[in-house]
Ligand binder design. Structure first.
Ligand SMILES: *[C@@H]1O[C@H](CO)[C@@H](O)[C@H](O)[C@H]1NC(C)=O
Length: 319
């Protein structure tokens, strides 16, 4: 098989964890646990925000969107991993591989854009508090979310379309646990130059524009906070950014670890470990970061479970 290069490949093998046969049951339980926590935590955030009038503000709508993105992100990666481990059958169909890659890219980009939108929201709330209601009115919020969706899907679609023209004749084994771009590129035997140029351009644009937005927003926020005389006031204003900053750090930190390590030092094993952190641990931590550190979110969760009376005294901001 695979001698003539006319052979069209109809499926791939995802060999990410296949080298550790004895650890497979442990990995299965670990990944299943993280998956369930991710789904439950993020869905709980969405329901809590949707059902609580106090949280019908732009910041929480964006957070609900972020949670929804994380939930979908987990769904595109983890169930397939679990099935592959459980059945010891590592195949993924050609179409399945491309669909997975498409959603992986689109949802990563969407995360990236939403985090930038959330930084802008914090900037307006802290630096232009008197204009907050006029700047972040519902239509504007919807527009920001819709634009993020559109951009993320267009960028992911263009890359997926380009890649679907490749022929893969070298091998059908992907040394990874999902269909990510770099390992697939290694299997292509077409000319990948155009693709690489497009991908680099898109990566630079979708990396620098949102990151610049984040940095500029936070530079303004820090300037504003430094001008507040009292320490208590500083702390109170900054506390609304704490959760967002933690999620930002986690997101950009792991992306840099995954995609910006020198390719010479790239070992399949560390690559897999960092990818597990990126695809399974990060989405799981989001709800914890937001609900444990945030009084309003905690109050909403309490009310959701019908312990509303106890949560009343926790109060909510009049805005
Ligand atoms: C996403 O954000 C929009 C705009 O603020 C909001 O109307 C919508 O309900 C949010 N989606 C989710 C799933 O919360």
């Amino acid at each position: 098989m695979g001698i003539g290069n006319q052979t069209t490949i109809s499926d791939f093998l995802l060999l990410g964890f296949s080298e550790h046969p004895r650890q497979q049951p442990v990995l299965f339980v670990l990944f299943l646990g993280m998956y369930l926590v991710t789904m439950l935590g993020n869905l709980l955030i969405i329901v809590a925000i949707g059902s609580d009038q106090h949280l019908h503000t732009p910041m929480y709508f964006f957070l609900a969107n972020l949670s929804f993105t994380e939930t979908s992100f987990s769904c595109t990666i983890v169930p397939k991993v679990l099935v592959n481990i459980q059945t010891q059958d590592h195949t993924i169909s050609y179409a399945g591989c491309f669909v997975q890659m498409y959603f992986f890219m689109a949802l990563t980009l969407l995360d990236d854009f939403l985090l930038a939108v959330m930084a802008y929201d914090r900037y307006v709330a802290i630096c232009l508090p008197l204009h907050y209601a006029t700047i972040m009115h519902p239509q504007r919020c919807l527009l920001l979310v819709a634009a993020s969706w559109l951009c993320a899907h267009l960028l992911a679609f263009s890359l997926t379309l380009l890649m679907s023209q490749f022929s893969f004749c070298a091998s059908r084994s992907i040394p990874h646990f999902f269909c990510d771009v770099p390992p697939l590129l290694k299997l292509a035997c077409s000319d990948i130059h155009n693709f690489q140029v497009t991908m680099l351009t898109e990566a630079v644009l979708s990396g620098t524009i949102p990151l610049t937005c984040v940095l500029v927003s936070y530079a303004h926020i820090i300037c504003t906070i430094l001008r507040i005389p009292s320490t208590g006031g500083k702390h109170k204003v900054f506390s609304t950014c704490g959760s967002h900053l933690s999620v930002l750090t986690l997101f950009y930190g792991t992306i840099f670890l995954v995609y910006f390590q020198p390719s010479s030092s790239y070992s399949a094993d560390t690559g897999v470990v960092v990818s597990v952190i990126y695809t399974m641990v990060t989405p799981m931590l989001n709800p914890f970061i937001y609900s444990l550190r945030n009084r309003d979110m905690k109050g909403a969760l309490w009310r959701l479970f019908g312990w509303g009376k106890c949560a009343l005294h926790k109060g909510s901001f009049p805005d």
